[in-house]
Design a binder for this molecule. Structure first.
Ligand SMILES: [Zn+2]
Ligand SMILES: [Zn+2]
Length: 280
């Protein structure tokens, strides 16, 4: 593309003419406007000050007034809604202390993304809910991807997917709710924040949690088969009686009980390892 020559002022008189020349270059050239499909020039000219239809412009954040800010600070309560938190990890840190880093009391006012029912979620410092209010809430369920729903809402969704012979998934991000290797369903349980998280809800993936390839049942089955194989390799069941060095303290019967103990030991070790770290 040939470069445009832009004149350089040599005297004060030249300045005005150069200014005009630049103005011409910038404003008086025919502008090529690409309109969105279905929008004609006259429609566009009526909405010159707003973006043409089909384009989405992000809203400018609204500043809150200083008095609102002061009131929020003075009330010492911070209410988190679905707009403030998108995944469980965003508010998990407030549940136990019930306070944010500024020392304000945190209350959760969350709803199910499917049924829009209020979720029965408390922090330690939440005000107690009245019986009428409590009747209109449902327990929360959290998926490995971190998205949270009402337990009934997500359970209905999963049952519908299974009935339609579709893999169950997260309605928000489409995370598959199955173990990738064995294909068994990841069971979703209600989470009650009044009790310890441990044993109720593993770490979600955004919090550093993992979904193993196989479900617990498949993992245990595999360990059982492998440990049996190993136990029979170490304690074979076809040793003739005369081959035992000390037949009075160790013969076939004792050998068999040692094999069973060995096998149980491997299984116990595997189950202890399962309980040592958080995973789905
Ligand atoms: Zn999700
Ligand atoms: Zn499985």
């Amino acid at each position: 593309m040939p470069r445009r020559e832009v004149s350089v002022a040599r005297s004060c008189d030249d300045v005005d003419s150069i200014h005009d020349e630049r103005e011409n270059l910038l404003y008086h050239e025919p502008r090529a406007i690409t309109l969105p499909p279905g929008v004609t020039e006259d429609i566009y000219s009526n909405v010159r000050n707003s973006p043409p239809p089909g384009l989405v412009r992000a809203k400018t954040p609204q500043a809150i007034s200083y008095s609102t800010y002061k009131r929020a600070l003075a009330s010492h309560v911070r209410i988190l809604t679905n707009n403030d938190v998108s995944v469980f990890g965003d508010f998990a840190k407030y549940i136990e202390p019930g306070l944010d880093s500024a020392g304000r009391q945190v209350e959760l006012d969350l709803t199910c993304h499917i049924s829009h029912t209020s979720l029965d979620m408390y922090t330690r410092n939440s005000r107690p809910r009245g019986p009428n209010e409590a009747a209109r809430t449902e327990p929360m369920a959290v998926l490995p991807c971190g998205h949270y729903f009402g337990f009934k809402g997500i359970d209905d969704w999963i049952r519908t997917r299974v009935k339609d012979e579709m893999p169950p998934d997260c309605p928000v991000c489409r995370f598959f709710l199955v173990y990738p290797q064995c294909g068994h369903e990841i069971k979703i349980r209600p989470y009650d924040a009044r009790f310890q998280r441990d044993g109720q809800l593993p770490l979600t993936i955004p919090e550093g949690g993992t979904v193993p390839g196989y479900c617990l049942r498949c993992r245990v089955d595999w360990i059982r088969v492998m440990s049996q194989q190993l136990a029979y390799d170490i304690y074979p069941d076809d040793i003739p009686a005369r081959a035992f060095i000390n037949p009075h303290c160790c013969a076939q019967v004792e050998f068999e009980s040692k094999r069973i103990k060995f096998q149980d030991k491997i299984l116990d070790t595997a189950l202890m390892a399962e309980a040592d770290y958080s995973h789905w």
